[in-house]
Design a protein. Structure first.
Length: 308
């Protein structure tokens, strides 16, 4: 079972309009609402692929209950730790003319120390059945900067490899704990290291403690720097669509590959194909199965020479 952690989940609300124009009123063509957050998106993809997964995290208030109900309707098992604060919402406005999406992100509720301790106990119990732990997304207010470091150490102590997908101080604080894999995007990689070259930046994160670094390079695919070597994985074509959730689909593929022990080139090819298929789907946490099948054997994975 692949365990996902979303400490700052959300109820994702999506509005679709014909054309988005600033400073004007819009008639909404369609409204959707479902549980969101990076770890939740990872679990959705894994569930669609037929893998066992468990959603964990923090949820509170009426919005938190709406998140729980939607997860139940989607047949996604959850063990969300209750908190007193109100779970956040995100609002995405999709311009149907251009395909562009504008997103508004609430910060999330303040988490009290006793609520964090309750989550740590729940997380420890869930590790009994986990093969991989995926830790994704931002930290809500109130949590310590080293919250992910605590979770990585807890998982590693139980023999469960941890994949970390976060950014900024939370990422840097977690590196000394030795996550099995970190997955920043190109901007997050440069921000964390101050190094504009993605290869050098990925190597810096490995030197700081990560066992492997897989960096999302947007439509240019993935860069992986590991103890076994380095690779670039490039999709055979560029797809138009909604990039929100593409990184989460890549993480799902990487988690599945880690759990199954497949080679790095195979993991990366699957991650690129699934990420591209997510771009072709309308909502984060979904992917187009036809695109996935078409691309998975066509991704170009090339080993990189040692970096001087």
């Amino acid at each position: 079972m692949i365990l996902t952690v979303t400490l700052n989940p959300a109820l994702d609300i999506t509005h679709r309009v014909d054309r988005l124009s600033p400073h004007s009123a819009h008639r909404v063509r369609d409204v959707g609402a479902r549980a969101g957050g990076k770890g939740v998106n990872v679990s959705r993809v894994l569930h669609t692929l037929g893998l066992l997964t468990l959603v964990t995290g923090l949820a509170g208030g009426p919005t938190g209950e709406a998140v729980r109900r939607e997860l139940s309707q989607a047949d996604l098992p959850e063990r969300l730790t209750p908190i007193g604060g109100e779970t956040r919402r995100t609002v995405a406005v999709v311009d149907e003319h251009t395909g562009d999406t504008t997103t508004l992100l609430e910060p999330g509720p303040v988490v009290r120390p006793e609520e964090w301790r309750a989550f740590l106990a729940d997380f420890d119990a869930c590790l009994d059945r986990a093969t991989v732990a995926v830790l994704s997304g931002s930290l809500p207010p109130g949590l310590p900067e080293d919250a992910y470091a605590t979770l990585v150490r807890a998982a590693t102590a139980r023999g469960v490899p941890a994949i970390l997908d976060t950014s900024g101080p939370a990422l840097l604080a977690a590196l000394p704990a030795g996550p099995a894999l970190v997955k920043p995007n190109a901007d997050e990689l440069a921000e964390a290291t101050g190094e504009p070259d993605p290869r050098r930046a990925a190597e810096a994160l490995r030197a700081a403690g990560a066992e492997a670094v897989v960096a999302s390079l947007g439509p240019d695919g993935l860069l992986a720097v590991t103890s076994s070597g380095a690779w670039r994985a490039t999709p055979p074509e560029r797809l138009r669509g909604n990039p929100t959730g593409a990184g989460d689909a890549a993480v799902a593929a990487l988690a599945r590959g880690l759990a199954a022990g497949v080679s790095w080139p195979r993991r990366l090819a699957e991650a690129v194909a699934l990420s591209a298929a997510a771009v072709a789907a309308p909502l984060a946490g979904s992917f187009d199965p036809t695109v996935h099948q078409r691309l998975r054997g066509a991704v170009d994975v090339q080993p990189l020479p040692p970096h001087s």
